[in-house]
Design a protein around this ligand. Structure first.
Ligand code: FES
Length: 190
């Protein structure tokens, strides 16, 4: 509580402490504000960082039945061009009876893991998958491997079909569809 100065103009000790406390608090607030700004500034990604977070792949050489594996952000990505026969077989399976009926595709939320929801380009049979097993993160073998002619993860025996859907083994989910877009023969990841 503030006290009136005494006859000699002196302020009580209690009031001096209040004044000192307020002054220290103001300096502290300025210090915090100037310390936070550089951190916020550093969190805005530079153009070079943004460029690293996307990648373009030319898929023009991919024939039906062929597969490519690329590394994007230090993780494998599978790109495959399915044959007509593979697509017909994949479409004939009852998705509701599969271990994971979810398309695991950010562009097909709420739908089921059917051909149109798994392929980035159903007309040409192009599928793009994250190449990391959903069990413990190993990289499955491709080129029609496993009991379902898709990908096979030998460490604990997870079998994925030609659409990257888990069909047998301990993996709980389908191989995820990464963020990607296709413009003609140029596939953009990220
Ligand atoms: S990590 Fe794929 S089956 Fe274990």
């Amino acid at each position: 509580m503030a006290h009136a100065p005494d006859d000699h103009g002196h302020v009580a000790d209690e009031d001096r402490r209040d004044i000192l406390f307020l002054a220290t608090g103001a300096v502290g607030a300025v210090g915090v504000a100037s310390a936070v700004w550089p951190l916020v500034d550093q969190m805005n990604p530079s153009a070079s960082v943004l460029a690293l977070s996307t990648m373009e792949v030319d898929i023009s050489a991919l024939e039906p039945g062929q597969e490519m594996k690329v590394s994007f952000l230090k993780a494998p990505v599978f790109i495959r061009r399915m044959t007509e026969e593979e697509m017909e077989k994949a479409a004939a399976v009852d998705v509701s009876a599969m271990p994971d009926p979810d398309p695991r595709n950010p562009n097909a939320a709420g739908l089921v893991a059917d051909v149109n929801e798994r392929l980035i380009d159903p007309a040409r049979g192009i599928i793009v998958l994250s190449g990391v097993c959903t069990h413990l993160g190993c990289v499955p073998l491709g080129d029609g491997a496993g009991d379902y002619k898709g990908w096979f993860c030998p460490c604990h025996g997870s079998h994925y079909d030609s659409l990257g859907r888990i069909r047998k083994g301990p993996a709980p989910e389908n191989l995820p569809i990464p963020v990607a877009s296709l413009d003609g023969d140029i596939l953009k990841l990220g």
